[in-house]
Design a protein around this ligand. Structure first.
Ligand code: 5CA
Length: 438
């Protein structure tokens, strides 16, 4: 993509409404624009990152055996009356009346909707277990939407729902999601620690919040520092095997949010306990028959007996993750994208657009990178080198390839690593071998 043809409305100044760094940088880097409080449009650069985050979430859900569906954003109120949550949910639910005076709502979550789908389609124990998920926009009329996409009113969530015949089955489903979450966040380069949690309005008796440690996190968290050494990607997760021993091992290390943490009962001595702030990027719940019983989601067992399905639900804040990624990956110059979610891998900068040789060299390299399928953003604008460097640092692509008269004469490209700041002059062929696999 050429910057001259892109839609990248960068801001030079810090927007006054943004209190935290991810919100500031997402506005300045032209990733999002606010539509109304807590509701955002995603511009091309932001949309690319959101899509990459979404794709990693999807791949790890699929790997764990969950099946992707897509449920609507607007749901009928009747469903929520069946579960008894219509009145309980209070002002956080956006209620809508259609032209026929039917009561509808913009879904804040989908337990009722998915339970109704399952109840109507599945009648026999043979068709269980299943785990259905979707990646869809939610609406919660938060009292204080703030911090940009971190606490929005409209936000993108991945929510999965498991259906099992008994508690043991439901625990197996829970374990699969638990490990798929560890892998999902690790693939984005995030250290997300599962913490025992309260279940809140979703209900149930087993729940973990996955917290990414960051100074600006909304929750106060406590954990065994040994958590920080763990790496889920170092091994493989056997989703067909018994995950319970591994689950026990991972959860044997202490980790709790301030809602649950009790210094008197904490097994880690106070001087060894890590205290930090966390951003909740996901939460898992096991709640048994809380929805299946009132909504009549039952199947016939092997002897014809009626079995109320055992359920769990598993959410990931997909749009919040984009903010969380920036909170832990930035410096004074701007964002520093981990490769896995970077909107483009390489930022190609032509320092001297008026120079025929520079232009030819940059165009040639751009064509070769594109042909090799490398995601490259090419700054071909007639701007000062200073402005171009600042823009590249701000948008945070992992590698910058800089073309100027000196390098063109020598047949080299200056390559800058955004994270380390290291610069190196590379021959064009060496550069292509490294980044375009030639
Ligand atoms: N139905 C369950 C799980 S599917 C559920 O709704 N869980 S939740 O309430 O914990 O939300 C799941 C995730 O969505 C949270 O962990 C958080 O990362 C994200 N999330 C929740 N509220 C917001 C919000 N207002 N803005 C951005 N992300 C949010």
């Amino acid at each position: 993509m050429r910057v001259s043809q892109y839609f990248l409305p960068l801001l030079r100044e810090n927007p006054s409404e943004a209190q935290i760094v991810s919100h500031r940088l997402m506005l300045r880097a032209g990733m999002i624009r606010q539509s109304s409080a807590g509701i955002y449009s995603w511009l091309p650069l932001g949309w690319r990152v959101l899509s990459k985050v979404e794709q990693i979430v999807r791949e790890e859900q699929d790997r764990a055996g969950a099946l992707e569906i897509l449920m609507p954003t607007i749901q009928p109120a009747e469903l929520w009356r069946e579960s008894g949550r219509y009145d309980d949910y209070g002002k956080e639910m956006l209620r809508i009346t259609d032209r026929h005076d039917r009561e509808m709502l913009y879904g804040p979550t989908n337990e009722e909707q998915v339970t109704a789908i399952f109840r109507d389609a599945v009648k026999s124990y043979r068709d269980v277990p299943k785990n259905l998920y979707h990646i869809q926009w939610k609406f919660r009329d938060e009292v204080r939407p703030r911090f940009g996409v971190m606490r929005g009113r409209e936000f993108l969530m991945k929510d999965a729902y498991s259906f099992d015949l008994d508690k043991e089955g439901a625990k197996r489903a829970y374990n699969k999601m638990f490990f798929s979450y560890l892998r999902t966040f690790a693939r984005m380069g995030l250290k997300a620690i599962p913490m025992q949690a309260e279940t809140g309005p979703i209900g149930g008796d087993l729940s973990h919040e996955f917290q990414v440690l960051a100074e600006t996190g909304e929750s106060e968290v406590f954990c065994d520092p040994a958590w920080l050494e763990r790496d889920i990607l170092a091994g493989t997760v056997d989703y067909d095997g018994d995950l319970e021993p591994a689950f026990r091992d991972w959860t044997s290390l202490y980790a709790a949010t301030s809602d649950i943490h009790d210094p008197a009962k904490c097994p880690v001595p106070a001087d060894k306990l890590a205290t930090a702030r966390g951003i909740e990027v996901g939460q898992t719940f096991y709640f048994g028959s809380k929805y299946s019983k009132p909504m009549g989601a039952v199947v016939a067992g092997p002897n014809g007996e009626e079995i109320a399905l055992e359920m769990g639900s598993y959410g990931i804040g997909v749009s919040r993750l984009v903010g969380a990624l920036i909170e832990v990956n930035h410096d004074d110059g701007g964002i520093i994208w981990p490769e896995a979610v970077a909107p483009f891998r390489i930022g190609l900068v032509n320092l001297r657009v008026a120079d025929e040789k520079c232009r030819a060299a940059a165009d040639d390299l751009y064509g070769k990178l594109r042909n090799a399928g490398v995601e490259v953003l090419y700054d071909d604008r007639d701007e000062s080198p200073g402005a171009k460097f600042a823009a590249m640092d701000l948008i945070g692509l992992p590698h910058q390839a800089i073309i100027g008269p000196r390098g063109v004469a020598a047949g080299t490209i200056e390559v800058k690593n955004r994270r380390s700041g290291a610069r190196e002059d590379m021959p064009v062929e060496g550069f292509l071998a490294r980044f375009a696999g030639r």
